[in-house]
Design a binder for this molecule. Structure first.
Ligand SMILES: NC(=O)c1ccc[n+]([C@@H]2O[C@H](COP(=O)([O-])OP(=O)(O)OC[C@H]3O[C@@H](n4cnc5c(N)ncnc54)[C@H](OP(=O)(O)O)[C@@H]3O)[C@@H](O)[C@H]2O)c1
Length: 327
């Protein structure tokens, strides 16, 4: 499996990771454990979870699944929502106060069944806590041997610079895909300048870019996509044109739309590592197939053009979540 380096401190991971979050009803524990182990057996060495997923069920499942692979895989998790570290109750909003981070990390170590967290991200920037204090807390945790690498998620350029000045950031995880190209404006150039790796989340557009979702798709009531403007029925109908265009290109290449979406991201920079999520082994195999799909310069340009000339209908998050990004 191709490997890539994130940041300058030697964090090496498989070129595609596995997003373990999942949408809607939590997957059956046993099935999720087999899927995660199946990914590790196929050579995936990068697994993404967060304290907030579940809370804390997803970290527990990831910890159990990867226990036999300890030392061979990189587990990334995230702190930063205002979650009671004991009960898992999400009080709403963000909380990156140093005491909260330290308590969160103690819980993560237990749930993930590790002595040290390979990659510790702040999930969203907390405007009430100076970034220097957040980075300083993570720096202390790294010195104590409780974390190895520092990451940020959906942070704006000012926050990235401030954090990196205190504790070098190995990776930024933000939404980036053929229908969310915002990071190209100023975030990706900054990451290049500072030597920070990029981990695109929702690289398949939360499933939409694969062509398996249309205006008639019904999500279960707990599925977050019910609240995403880009997934309203009208938006899905309008956005279908982009998916149709991607499918044409995919058909010509003898590939799937998911593979085109991932191969395009992989071709952008050698320090980009997408983390598509799936609960199905056959889709995991399909997604990993993107690593052997070689796109010619002209094809990359054609895909970029198809995406940039399309006006996507609907925001990528509900309004209250949009406000938490880019700070
Ligand atoms: N930092 C953050 O704030 C943040 C936010 C969102 C996500 N994330 C992370 O990023 C990971 C991935 O993002 P995501 O789950 O939002 O979106 P995604 O990877 O773009 O898409 C996942 C969806 O696509 C479907 N899918 C996957 N492969 C497919 C294929 N080959 N064909 C058809 N459908 C396919 C999955 O369904 P099935 O499961 O049914 O296969 C799932 O519903 C998450 O697991 C999480 O770890 C982080």
């Amino acid at each position: 499996m191709e490997k890539r380096l994130l940041g300058k401190a030697g964090l090496e991971v498989s070129a595609l990771g596995l997003g373990c979050m999942g949408y809607g009803e939590a997957a059956d524990r046993g099935a999720m454990i087999s899927l995660i182990r199946g990914a590790a057996e196929r050579g995936v060495t990068f697994f993404d979870t967060a304290e907030a997923y579940g809370p804390f069920r997803n970290e527990e499942v990831v910890g159990e699944a990867l226990e036999p692979f300890r030392g061979e895989v990189v587990i990334a998790t995230k702190f930063g929502w205002d979650i009671d570290p004991e009960t898992g109750v999400h009080k709403g909003g963000v909380n990156s106060r140093p005491a909260q981070i330290k308590r969160a990390v103690e819980g993560m170590l237990k749930r993930l069944r590790v002595d040290c967290i390979d990659l510790l991200y702040q999930h969203r920037v907390d405007p009430d806590v100076p970034m220097e204090d957040v980075a300083g807390t993570v720096r202390d945790l790294i010195r104590e041997g409780k974390a190895r690498h520092f990451g940020l998620s959906e942070a704006g350029v000012g926050s990235i610079r401030r954090a990196h000045a205190v504790q070098p950031v190995s990776a930024l995880q933000s939404e980036y895909s053929l229908w969310t190209r915002d990071p190209e404006q100023d975030v990706i150039p900054l990451l290049e300048e500072l030597g920070i790796g990029f981990v695109p989340f929702s690289p398949l557009g939360k499933g939409f870019l694969t062509g398996k979702i249309d205006e008639n798709t019904k999500f279960d009531s707990s599925d977050f996509r019910n609240r995403v403007p880009r997934f309203s029925e009208d938006a899905r109908r309008a956005n279908q044109l982009l998916v149709d265009r991607l499918r044409e290109i995919a058909d010509r290449k003898g590939a799937s739309s998911a593979q085109i979406a991932l191969a395009w991201l992989l071709a952008r920079k050698p320090w980009i590592v997408p983390i598509p999520g799936t609960r199905k082994l056959e889709r995991l195999d399909e997604n990993l197939g993107a690593l052997s799909l070689r796109l010619e310069e002209g094809e990359i340009e054609e895909i970029s053009q198809a995406s940039s000339s399309f006006k996507v209908e609907g925001d990528r998050y509900p309004e209250e979540f949009m406000k938490l990004s880019g700070r």
